[in-house]
Design a protein around this ligand. Structure first.
Ligand SMILES: Cc1cc2nc3c(=O)[nH]c(=O)nc-3n(C[C@H](O)[C@H](O)[C@H](O)COP(=O)(O)OP(=O)(O)OC[C@H]3O[C@@H](n4cnc5c(N)ncnc54)[C@H](O)[C@@H]3O)c2cc1C
Length: 467
């Protein structure tokens, strides 16, 4: 029996795709424009069927790349050229198996869209506090496998903080039933951590037990204009001192990013009468409905104005005004997402170093490519500034593309020199594998290689990614 016959024997007809036109949507990574090759797409509808696919792959020496929504930023869900490869799509495993409103937990299958899981939590009067622009397509499996972050990491942490237990199919087809929804569990090694953020290289996540949080019932949103990233950082410090964990988002917005957004959306308008070099989008929230957060946020921002940390402030007075402020933040990411003339970057430094990072990365970029425009935006509250770069106006796109890798490496060098990371929230995938090898060598590399050897000795799971 060959591989396709073996897969056909364990999958129902909708579970196996082999035609070129059927495979195409699963071989493409829209963000990085990566393309891959595979002999089949397996779409199992149950954990047992996933296990049977993995056993068939093991028996026939096939490589397996798991795929969720295909929204990752580093080419991780695209199979490499090593033949034969199977794409294992979790899209038919879409059941929310349980929601426990008292214990504030949920068990969701890997193919459930992040937005759908958030809606299910909301229906139970709770929230799954993982929020980002790709939530409509990104899946729970992909969220766990990439340890996704997002807009409110400053308050709630990354995906890892919300994973209580996992169900995982191993490379040899065995199922690990680790789906415990426990808040406290020190019984032995915390094995679920092996599969969080390891991008499908150590196992296939089929379901996750997730910790939910109280739903925010009081909220205030504001935009502060500041002169530079230094003032933005000082403002963040002041807000944290005065408002503590009420701060749910603190986002840096540079003028350069706004200009890209305005060029794409001419109907969008500048929130301030005078254009400012930088802005900080602030959101505070609490589950305590009686808490009036607007005056609290206003008082903190008034102190920032008095101390010349902020130069102007807008507080959203309605849900519509709040939506307009967030539309600016979302619009500036969308404006750059697939533009080949923008280099996308995803580094993180210790929070106190974010302003130094922006200054030094700007100098490095100018030295390497005079006229290139830094577009540093994002999560100043957790040190994850996306230091994107717009090609110089006079440079041809092909020339820019040819220099992108060097540009990315120089930004990563600045981050590492400041004690930072080369991958804050999007992971390593295919695109940053070589870069990872340059910064995580020695004992750290040996430990990672030992884990890979122990869990996937034949190197079948997502080869060419991460390790
Ligand atoms: C508009 C937009 C905004 C975004 N904003 C953010 C953001 O703010 N923060 C952030 O962190 N991300 C963001 N992302 C990126 C993306 O949504 C996340 O990386 C997401 O977690 C990927 O989920 P996915 O289901 O699409 O996974 P895929 O892209 O399909 O896969 C990603 C990786 O996980 C592996 N994988 C997928 N499913 C499984 C599984 N069940 N078991 C094992 N491995 C698996 C794949 O092999 C691959 O290596 C954004 C994306 C978009 C399009």
């Amino acid at each position: 029996m060959n591989l396709l016959d073996a897969l056909g024997a364990v999958l129902d007809p909708p579970g196996l795709l082999t035609g070129a036109a059927d495979l195409a949507p699963y071989l493409d990574d829209p963000i990085t424009r990566a393309r891959g090759e595979a002999v089949a797409v397996a779409r199992p509808a149950s954990t047992e069927a996933v296990a049977a696919v993995m056993a068939a792959a093991a028996a026939h020496g096939a490589h397996v790349t798991a795929r969720g929504g295909g929204t990752g930023f580093v080419g991780g869900a695209v199979p490499g050229p090593g033949q034969p490869a199977i794409v294992l799509s979790l899209e038919r495993m879409r059941r929310i198996r349980a929601v426990d409103a008292v214990g504030a937990t949920m068990i969701a299958e890997a193919g459930v869209a992040l937005a759908a899981a958030r809606e299910a939590a909301d229906a139970a009067g709770l929230q799954l506090p993982i929020v980002h622009g790709g939530a409509g397509s990104a899946t729970i499996g992909g969220t766990v496998a990439t340890n996704a972050g997002g807009l409110n990491v400053v308050k709630y942490g990354m995906a890892r903080q919300h994973v209580l237990g996992l169900e995982v199919v191993l490379a040899d087809g065995r199922i690990w039933h680790g789906l415990r929804a426990l808040r406290k569990d020190n019984a032995g090694y915390d094995l679920k951590q092996l599969f969080i953020g390891t991008e499908g290289t150590l196992g296939i996540v089929t379901a996750a037990a997730l910790a939910l949080a109280p739903r925010p019932l009081a909220r205030a949103t504001a935009l502060a204009a500041v002169a530079s990233p230094e003032e933005a950082l000082t403002l963040f410090g002041l807000l944290r001192r005065r408002l503590g964990d009420l701060v749910a988002a603190c986002e840096l917005i540079p003028r350069s990013a706004l200009e890209l957004h305005f060029a794409r959306r001419p109907e969008a308008r500048d929130p301030f009468a005078t254009p400012h070099g930088y802005m900080v989008l602030l959101e505070v929230e609490s589950p305590a409905e009686a808490l009036d957060l607007e005056p609290l946020a206003e008082a903190a921002l008034a102190q920032a104005l008095e101390a010349d940390i902020a130069v102007d402030v807008i507080v959203a007075r309605s849900e519509r005004e709040r939506a307009e402020l967030w539309a600016l933040r979302e619009g500036l990411a969308e404006a750059q997402a697939t533009d080949p003339r923008v280099l996308k970057s995803d580094t993180a430094v210790p929070v106190a170093q974010t302003a130094a990072f922006v200054a030094e990365a700007s100098r490095a970029v100018e030295a390497l490519m005079p006229g290139a425009v830094p577009v540093p935006f994002g999560h100043i509250g957790d040190g994850n500034i996306h230091f994107n770069v717009l090609a110089p106006a006079a440079m041809a796109t092909e020339d820019f593309l040819a220099h992108k890798a060097r540009l990315a490496a120089s930004i990563a060098e600045v981050s590492v020199a400041l004690g930072g990371s080369i991958a804050a929230e999007h992971g390593i995938g295919r695109d940053k594998r070589d870069l990872l090898a340059t910064v995580r060598g020695g004992v750290e590399h040996d430990l990672a290689a030992a884990l890979k050897q122990a869990l996937d000795p034949a190197g079948r799971l997502n080869p060419g990614k991460v390790v």
